[in-house]
Design a protein around this ligand. Sequence first.
Ligand code: AMP
Ligand code: ZN
Length: 202
Amino acid sequence: MASKRKSDNDSDEEKKPVKKVPHWKGGLLTSMHDSDAQVYTDDDVIIIKDKYPKATYHFLVMPKENIPNLKSLTKDNVELLQHMHEKGKEMAEKADPDLQFRLGYHAIPSMSHLHLHVISQDFDSPCLKNKKHWNSFTTEYFIESEEIIEELKKNGKVVKDVNHSQELLKKPLRCHVCKKEQPTIPALKKHIKEHNYKKSKH
Ligand code: AMP
Ligand code: ZN
């Protein structure tokens, strides 16, 4: 009886439809292997320029190893994530040593293949068009690379609350520097120009 149940389950498994990834979600893999898009490569990572940059400088650091997303990470990936962070920091420094950058992951990425965003904090770009874009880089939807590394070290996995993350994208538009609420994207863009994104010198 038990063996019959097992074989039923096995055949159910076989009938399960394969979850297809929409074609556009694979765009990063194409760009990753396009030598014109690459700005850095070594044995473990490739860095490309984001095709639709949301700031003056916007890079994506990707592992060569096939890691689809944050959920796929294990403790074995800690070193790789540290390497991605270091290379991302070096890329930012090379792009503009005086400009402030943040390095992080989107809680719910839209594109397949793990990618670390390295983005300058001026957000001066025509590709930044809507509230979803803005909130994905300026709320807790954007998770610091170092925070992900710490979580992975501590728990051996990275877990994110999908519903909570989606709510973050609906938050009102708020300046990322002075936190003042802004009514529209054009008003926000005008406002953020008033801030200085140079690193403060100590
Ligand atoms: P995420 O929301 O974290 O999945 O972000 C995906 C990023 O990939 C966005 O910043 C997009 O602008 C960028 N992007 C989308 N398609 C491509 C592509 N074909 N090549 C390079 N970057 C892309
Ligand atoms: Zn402000």
